[in-house]
Structures are given as C-alpha cells and as structure tokens.
Ligand binder design. Structure first.
Ligand code: ZN
Length: 211
C-alpha cells in the first residue's frame, strides 16, 4: 500500500489535543493505523502536548487521592490478547461490530450503499460502498468532508485516491467521486455539515439518508 494523500497538520494537532469530533477522530485514528508517516507526525504533536503538561503549574489533589486510586485499581488484568484483524482496521472494527458481512448497508441508488456509524452529534461518520465504475452524485460541501479509502480506489476532479489515502474536501471543492473500474470501492467518510448536491433528486433524499 503506497499512501499518497495524508492528514493535514491542523487535523493531527487537533487530534493530539483531543479537539476533534468523534466522527473526524475515527477517520484520523483509522488512517494513522495504516500510515507510519502520519503516526510519526502525530507523535511529534503529542510530544509538544506532553511538554506543555510538564511545564504547567501543578494543582494539588485532595489528601488520600493516590491511595484511593490505587485501591480501586485492584490486581492488574493480563494484557488483552490481540484481536483477530478482519477487513476493518482496528479503530473502525469496534464501530462496525464485526467484519464486512456485519455491515448494515442502506441503498442510496445506482448500487451505491452507505452505513451510518454510531458517533456523537456534531459530525457524522459513514461507510460508503461504491460499485466499480460507479459515480457518487456530484456535490459540494458546507463544511469539511474526510474520506478514507479502505478498498479499491476512486477518482475525482482533484486526484486519484487508493487504499489508505485520505481526501480532505472543504467548502471550495465541488466533486464527483467515481470508483475505479475493476474493484468495488469502500470508504470511511466523515462530514460536519450536510453536503450540497446540485441535482434535485439527491437534494430531496438528503434528509432521509442524512447526507
Ligand atoms: Zn498519512
């Protein structure tokens, strides 16, 4: 897997600071699980955060805090056995509740399917299934859309995105993603505002599909 499209520094910084919504954090964590380069950059930002914590003034906790925490910890559990890795990278597998066969797809038309993942309000995360050669209706963005490819590849006006690549689409991008021929494309996408569709039918369907 050669990853060519990476996370931006602002996204990695926000993730390190714990400031991302759950949906965006899920895309970032899943990309990092696939990408050594972004994991290394994240560690740099986390080191900066650690230095800030180290240099901050300390605030004393109540008497007996240490003893009460130690008492609650009890005997240490053994380290959990590594989970069997299926189709989904680790951070995502927890949300799907199983492998690819466990996904509850809902049809969006023309063979395109989605599955909305359970995340906190404020931004939404979904899996997208785009049959090989099929286009997603062209759309713009009111906010930011992160799309991480898990299988296959898609192209849009800006570039080609293969497995592990993440596309960061903002308000100035209007695009029509098309799945490459040869293999169905599966993506993880997060949005923090409804998409803007040019065509009438997708606009009418938006409230139903929550896109
Ligand atoms: Zn990366």
């Amino acid at each position: 897997m050669t990853i060519r499209h990476h996370l931006s520094n602002p996204l990695l910084m926000a993730y390190a600071a714990g400031n991302l919504s759950e949906a965006f954090g899920l895309v970032v964590a899943t990309h990092i699980s696939l990408c050594d380069e972004c994991r290394a950059r994240l560690e740099t930002f986390e080191a900066v955060g650690g230095a800030v914590v180290d240099s901050a003034d300390t605030v004393a906790m109540a008497d007996g805090s240490l003893e009460s925490v130690l008492a609650r910890l009890g005997p240490q559990d053994a380290a959990p056995a590594p989970r069997k890795r299926g189709f989904f990278p680790a951070p995502l597998a927890d949300y799907v509740g199983g492998d690819l066969a466990a996904v509850h797809w809902r049809p969006l038309g023309m063979g395109v399917r989605q599955a909305i993942l359970p995340t906190a309000r404020g931004a939404s995360a979904r899996l997208l299934y785009i049959p090989a050669g099929q286009a997603v209706p062209d759309h713009g963005h009111r906010g930011t859309e992160l799309t991480l490819v898990l299988q296959g590849a898609f192209r849009d006006e800006s570039d080609r995105f293969g497995v592990g690549d993440v596309e960061i689409a903002t308000e100035d991008l209007e695009h029509t993603p098309v799945a490459e021929a040869g293999m169905d494309c599966i993506c993880l996408a997060a949005t923090d505002a409804p998409l803007r569709f040019r065509a009438m039918l997708p606009r009418l369907l938006q409230p139903i599909f929550r896109i």
